[in-house]
Design a protein around this ligand. Structure first.
Ligand code: MN
Length: 229
């Protein structure tokens, strides 16, 4: 028994299935496409690093997300999403695919002004990255229906104008590599999801903007930026 009702299990829709994918943790890969690393003024040779969002930051799409508080510079980052179905530690590159339940695409919404301040002050990124509803994600596609997590066009448009476009093969650390590296730091568990980093072209949105994006042949989303919370 609990002293009050425990929080509802966070979850995401599954394509072609009325059952939902239960979300345990949300890991995000930093700086995983070379052109985006350069646009942010960083070196492309460093090993991958990770940050997290709370499990209840995820939202099904389509959705409307209120413009969050404390920022004047809300940015989109389109990202391939990996959904873990079988846990493990120290997973080898060759075994990673056997741990993946499915894949999709979503947005790592970022309060860029708070991130810039955190970087300058040497502080954590949580206030920039881990805010409420900061991870809208298209329905998870079961792995049997995923054409590839290593190649395919990934894109995002704002109000119909394309702003981000790359290929999954442009990742500095491929899925099999960064999931293996992540599993050296944490025991991965079913329900963990991984947002795998964004290509170049990130930018700001304002209330009323309509964001569409996807990975060709996999999934796509629509997200509307609502009024300020
Ligand atoms: Mn990101």
């Amino acid at each position: 028994m609990f002293v009050f009702d425990p929080p509802r299990q966070s979850s995401l829709a599954v394509q072609g299935n009325s059952n939902r994918f239960p979300v345990r943790r949300v890991f995000c890969v930093g700086r995983n496409y070379e052109a985006h690393v350069r646009e942010m003024g960083n070196d492309t040779r460093e090993p991958p690093f990770f940050f997290t969002k709370p499990s209840d930051a995820v939202r099904d799409t389509p959705c409307t997300i209120p413009y969050p508080p404390l920022t004047e510079d809300l940015h989109f980052e389109v990202e391939l999403v990996i959904a873990i179905g079988k846990g493990g530690a120290n997973i080898s590159d060759a075994d990673v695919m056997g741990h993946i339940w499915g894949a999709s695409v979503g947005i790592d919404l970022t309060r860029r002004d708070l991130q810039a301040e955190a970087k300058k002050m040497g502080r954590p990124w949580d206030w920039a990255k881990a805010f409420d509803q900061s991870a809208p994600i298209a329905p998870i596609v079961p792995i049997a229906d995923v054409p590839s997590v290593e190649a395919g066009r990934i894109w995002l448009s704002v109000n119909g104008e394309q702003r981000q476009e790359a290929d999954l093969s442009d990742m500095i650390w491929a899925v099999r590599e960064h999931v293996a590296i992540l599993s050296q730091a944490m025991v991965l568990a079913p329900g963990d999801i991984i947002m795998t980093g964004t290509p170049a072209g990130v930018g700001a949105v304002v209330p009323g903007d309509v964001l569409t994006g996807g990975v060709d042949g996999l999934a796509s989303f629509e997200v509307i930026i609502g009024p300020r919370a």
